[in-house]
Ligand binder design. Structure first.
Ligand SMILES: C[S@@+](CC[C@H](N)C(=O)[O-])C[C@H]1O[C@@H](n2cnc3c(N)ncnc32)[C@H](O)[C@@H]1O
Length: 293
C-alpha cells in the first residue's frame, strides 16, 4: 500500500488558497460527518459538571470545533477547554480568528504535527480526528501518539473514507483526453489517501485500533449524499482532492505537463454534464469511536 511524503503533503495543505477553498466547499462535506462523529463520541451526553478537554486534531479550517460548540449546552461550553491543532500554518491562521469568539471556557489554536504533538501525556478527555487518521504517515506511530495524549477513559473519535463522491466524474473527465494519466480505481484511491493504513476497511480499523491500546471500539459505516451548488463550488474543492492524487501518483514531469490540462478537462466535463445545476455525489464514511483503557 502507498505511504506518503509528509513534506509534500504539508506543502499542499499549507497554502492560503487551498485553505480558503477548503473553507468554501470541502468543510461542508466533512462537517456533516463531524456532527455525526460528535454524537457517536457522546460529547453531548457529558454531565454538566465534567471538564471537557477536547483536541480537534488536524483541525483544518475548524469545522469540527464549530459543530462541537453547536452541539453542547451552555454549562458544557462553560467547561470546554478546546485546542485546535494542525501542522499547516495557513490552516492555523484561518482557524485562530474563527475560534476566538466561541463562548467556551478557553480555545486555542496551535501548530502541531499529529505524529509528534509535543502535547502533555494524559491531557485530553476527547480527541477528535475527522478525516482523519489517514494523515498518519506511519499509522502505528500516529495512533500511539493519540493514545498517549488522551486521559485514561478518554474518548477518541475519528473518521475515514470508504467511498468518495468525486472520483467517478473526475475519472470520466480525465478519459476525455487520452493523454492524461487515467484516474486510479476507487479502491486504489482509498489506498492512496490512506497512507498505508487500512482506513477504508471496518475490520482492519477495529483490529488496529484495539491493537493500539483502545477498548470499546465502535466502527460504523455512514452514507451521505452531498449537494454542491454548481461547478464553481466544485472547482474550489477539486484542487485539493485531485492535487493529492497527482502528487502521489504522477511524476514531476507529468504534473508539469498535465496538471492544467487535467483541470480544464474536468471543468469542461462537469459543465457539460451538470450545466448550471447542482452536483450530487454519494459518499460513505467510517466513523470510529474508542476509549483509552
Ligand atoms: C482532510 S483535512 C481534515 C480537516 C478537518 N478535520 C475536517 O474535518 O474538515 C486534513 C487536515 O490534516 C492536516 N494534516 C495533515 N497531516 C498532518 C499532520 N501530520 N499533523 C497535523 N495535521 C496534519 C492538514 O493540514 C489538513 O488541515
Amino acid at each position: 500500500m502507498a505511504t506518503h511524503d509528509n513534506q509534500a503533503t504539508h506543502k499542499m495543505f499549507n497554502d492560503a488558497n487551498f485553505t480558503k477553498g477548503y473553507a468554501e466547499s470541502a468543510e461542508k462535506m466533512t462537517g456533516h460527518f463531524a456532527g455525526l462523529l460528535i454524537k457517536q463520541s457522546k460529547l453531548e451526553e457529558a454531565p454538566d459538571d465534567k471538564d471537557l478537554i477536547v483536541l480537534d486534531q488536524a483541525c483544518g479550517t475548524g469545522i469540527v470545533s464549530e459543530h462541537l460548540v453547536k452541539a453542547l449546552n451552555k454549562k458544557q461550553k462553560d467547561n470546554l477547554d478546546l485546542t485546535c491543532a494542525d501542522f499547516s500554518d495557513s490552516m492555523i491562521d484561518f482557524v485562530s480568528p474563527r475560534i476566538r469568539h466561541l463562548e467556551v471556557k478557553s480555545a486555542q489554536a496551535i501548530k502541531a504535527d499529529a505524529m509528534d504533538t509535543q502535547l502533555p501525556s494524559n491531557k485530553f478527555t476527547h480527541v477528535l480526528l475527522n478525516f482523519g487518521p489517514m494523515i498518519f504517515s506511519d499509522w502505528k506511530v500516529g495512533m500511539a501518539e493519540t493514545h498517549r495524549i488522551l486521559q485514561p477513559g478518554g474518548t477518541l473519535g475519528m473518521s475515514s473514507w470508504m467511498k468518495m463522491g468525486w472520483p467517478d466524474d473526475v475519472r470520466n473527465a480525465f478519459a476525455t483526453d487520452p493523454e492524461i494519466p487515467p484516474l486510479p480505481s476507487m479502491e486504489e484511491l482509498c489506498a492512496l489517501v490512506n497512507s498505508g493504513g487500512g482506513w477504508s476497511d471496518v475490520a482492519w480499523i477495529r483490529d488496529s485500533v484495539t491493537q493500539s491500546g483502545f477498548v470499546e471500539v465502535d466502527v460504523r459505516e455512514v452514507s451521505h449524499t452531498s449537494i454542491l451548488s454548481g461547478v464553481d463550488q466544485f472547482t474550489r474543492m477539486m484542487t485539493g482532492m485531485v492535487g493529492l492524487v497527482q502528487q502521489r501518483t504522477w511524476t514531476a514531469e507529468q504534473r508539469e505537463r498535465y496538471k492544467d490540462r487535467a483541470m480544464n478537462a474536468v471543468v469542461s466535463y462537469m459543465k457539460q454534464k451538470y450545466g448550471d445545476g447542482e452536483i450530487r455525489w454519494d459518499w460513505v464514511a467510517i466513523l470510529t469511536t474508542a476509549k483509552k483503557a
